[in-house]
Design a binder for this molecule. Structure first.
Ligand SMILES: C[S@@+](CC[C@H](N)C(=O)[O-])C[C@H]1O[C@@H](n2cnc3c(N)ncnc32)[C@H](O)[C@@H]1O
Length: 220
């Protein structure tokens, strides 16, 4: 079975009962240590995030960053290399353990946490908040809550970077993963953030699909 099929076979046990988060832990467990069975198991930083870091050259300088839905940990590790005091969390404890096993000497603080119930201490806590390809696994109403929680975690004057599959405003949602629209992401402005960059990128492996890379800044 290929990774896409394997991922879908597990997700489909949960989605009909509207459990949009439970399947991740089972997926990581059933993969039994083989990242090739997981659709996003490339074991390298998300290319459009890596490209953004090299272009923007954010100076971490011990500022605080959080990586949301960190998966295998590569985005967290590259963030730490830019000098950020980095926290990375995932709802799946097995993914978190995987990160700890892969990076035993990491300075990154890996932990299990749920974007829908973040610790109170994370409020206004992070100068850089980065999320890639997690929101698209939730239906629209949940995404709005997720966006609000991401905005809350962002420190005053901090940056929130969202990377997601993209769709046009008003374009219908088909099957999971459900791409985000610019209008939806723009809902962040109602949580005290301002859009500073919005990029609509082609996916190198499939020019018919779009990737949005959007950066927002929280008001001071
Ligand atoms: C599609 S994967 C993307 C992983 C990684 N961001 C990447 O781009 O390679 C989504 C990740 O988000 C995690 N996740 C899903 N729901 C979550 C939630 N509510 N809180 C935190 N992490 C979550 C999953 O376990 C999974 O590791």
């Amino acid at each position: 079975m290929d990774a896409k099929e394997f991922t879908r076979s597990i997700a489909m046990k949960y989605l009909p009962r509207q459990d949009y988060t439970g399947w991740f832990e089972e997926l990581y467990q059933k993969a039994g240590g083989d990242p090739n069975l997981i659709h996003w198991g490339a074991l390298r930083p998300t290319p459009v995030y890596e490209e953004w870091l090299h272009r923007e050259k954010p100076s971490g300088n011990k500022k605080k960053a959080v990586i949301v839905g960190c998966g295998f940990g590569d985005d967290a590790e590259i963030t730490a290399q830019f000098g950020f005091d980095t926290t990375a969390f995932d709802i799946a404890p097995t993914a978190v353990q995987w990160c700890k096993n892969r990076f035993p000497d990491a300075s990154v603080h890996y932990c299990a946490a749920d974007l829908f119930h973040p610790p109170q201490s994370w409020r206004n806590a992070f100068d850089l908040v980065m999320e890639a390809y997690t929101l698209q696994n939730f239906p629209e109403a949940m995404r709005r809550t997720a966006l609000e929680n991401l905005a809350r975690m962002t420190a005053p004057s901090g940056t929130l970077l969202i990377i997601a599959k993209g769709r046009g405003d008003g374009e219908p949602l088909d099957k999971i993963p459900w791409p985000l629209s610019h209008r939806e992401i723009g809902g962040l402005t109602s949580f005290g953030l301002t859009e500073i960059q919005f990029e609509d990128l082609d996916r190198p492996d499939d020019p018919n699909q779009r990737i949005f890379r959007a950066a927002y800044r929280k008001l001071p």
